[in-house]
Design a protein around this ligand. Sequence first.
Ligand code: DQA
Length: 152
Amino acid sequence: MANPPSILLLNGPNLNMLGTREPQIYGSETLADVETICRAEADRLGLALDFRQSNHEGELVTWIQQARDRQDAIILNAGAYTHTSVAIMDALSAVDLPVIEVHLSNIFRREPFRHHSYVSMVARGVICGLGSHGYILALQAASRLIGTMPRP
Ligand code: DQA
C-alpha cells in the first residue's frame, strides 16, 4: 500500500508547559494528552502524524523547511512566535504546503499584541479559542485539503 498522507504538527515555545501553564487560559491537558488525541484522530483519518514541539525559532524553521519533501500539510501552533516571527512566515511560504494555524486560546479576546499573526498571512485557515479540540478540527481540515477519507 502507498504511504499514507503525512501531516507535520508543530508546537512552538512554552507549549511543552501545557497542563501547568496558566490553566485558566490553556486548560489542564498536557501536550502529551493533546498528542494522544491527535494520534487517535490522525489514525481515524488515515494520516501519518509527525507531532513536535520546540522552544527554538530556528529549529521550527528547519522542521518547516524539511516538510517540503516529507509532508503534505502543516498544522502549526507557533505560540508567541505567531506574533513576532517573519522567519517562520517566510519558511511557511517557501515550502508551499497547506498550512492550518491553531491556537488553544482565542487570541482576539486577549492583549492587542496577540491580535496580529504572521502565520495567518500564509495560512489556509485559522482555528482558535477551542482548546485542544482545535487540533482535531485542524486535522480534519488538513485531511479534506489533501483529499483523504476517514475510516468508515
Ligand atoms: C497560543 C497563543 C499565543 O498568543 C501564546 O503566546 C501561546 C499560545 C495559544 O495556543 O493560545 O504561547 O498560541
